[in-house]
Design a binder for this molecule. Structure first.
Ligand code: GLU
Length: 270
């Protein structure tokens, strides 16, 4: 029986999710330095022989910054149009930075019906597998430009867990603006302490997690716990950690205590 830490060290297929608040400054503009470090770290892991999938938010945020909006668009049509502007900008930044480190990327935009329709689901799995076999980093986002309530994931925490499950990943890492899951709201309670490991995502955890996200992102700890539940039930280990320094991903893979580890429920067989 492998320990959770050695399972992380050996993780080959890894999904990394990064949120808007990690990708942008509080000014709303893109955090180039951080994205650059993220691209370097992920390219390096790819060179090491790991299979990397990046689930990225930021389409709406980057689109807002591009056309000079200081507040999130309120109507669906404006949100969709803004995401279409930001998504291409985001991909061009990723494409440029990853290629500087010798790594190619591909874009996959998903809606929830892809998971629900068997044929589309199989197509998506085949595309992911082919790209990974070719050593390319698939960069995934929700297809915000066309998604409406019936076919939307709504948040990229859930999307990242779906993707990890779909491709039978060994590990899901959620890079957030918080260090992990705390025993109470760290903004309100001085006694709040970071929880190192979670064996099971219980209703009790949802109660302590609260729901608020930041201005720029859509998720909060609530959506991360939903993701943790989905991922761990599918046997996938998941870590929530602070994405301020993307090199934290190395720490996780070296088995250092970082953020909160949610242990996969059953042994993954790849
Ligand atoms: N898909 C949205 C975007 O790219 C983000 C959703 C989320 O942050 O959870 O802007």
């Amino acid at each position: 029986m492998q320990t959770s830490i050695s399972r992380l060290k050996n993780a080959k297929r890894i999904v990394i999710k990064v949120g808007t608040s990690t990708l942008t400054y509080s000014t709303g503009r893109i955090h180039l330095r951080r994205i650059e470090l993220l691209a370097r770290t992920l390219s390096d892991l790819c060179h090491e022989g790991r299979e990397i999938v990046l689930v990225t938010s930021g389409a709406v945020g980057v689109g807002m910054s591009k056309i000079g909006l200081s507040e999130k668009p309120k109507t669906t049509r404006e949100k969709q149009a803004t995401s279409a502007i930001g998504q291409s900008e985001l991909m061009s930044i990723y494409g440029k930075l990853f290629s500087e480190y010798g790594c190619d990327v591909a874009q996959i935009l998903l809606t929830k019906d892809v998971i629900e329709n068997e044929q589309r689901k199989q197509n998506a799995i085949t595309t992911f597998n082919t790209l990974l076999e070719w050593g390319i980093v698939p960069i995934v986002n929700e297809n915000d430009a066309i998604s409406s309530e019936e076919i939307e994931f709504g948040d990229n925490d859930t999307l990242s867990a779906m993707v990890a499950t779909l491709i039978n990943a060994d590990l899901l890492i959620i890079l957030s603006d918080i260090d992990g899951l705390y025993s109470a709201d760290p903004h309100k309670s001085e006694d709040a302490r970071l929880i190192d490991e979670i064996d099971e995502v219980t209703d009790e955890l949802f109660k302590i997690a609260g729901s608020a996200g930041t201005n720029r992102g859509t998720g909060g700890m609530h959506t991360k716990l939903i993701a943790a539940k989905k991922a761990t039930e599918a046997g996938i280990n998941m870590v929530i950690t602070n994405g301020q320094k993307p090199s934290v991903i190395y720490d996780i893979l070296e088995g250092k205590q970082t953020g909160t580890l949610f242990k996969g429920q059953i042994k993954t067989t790849n």
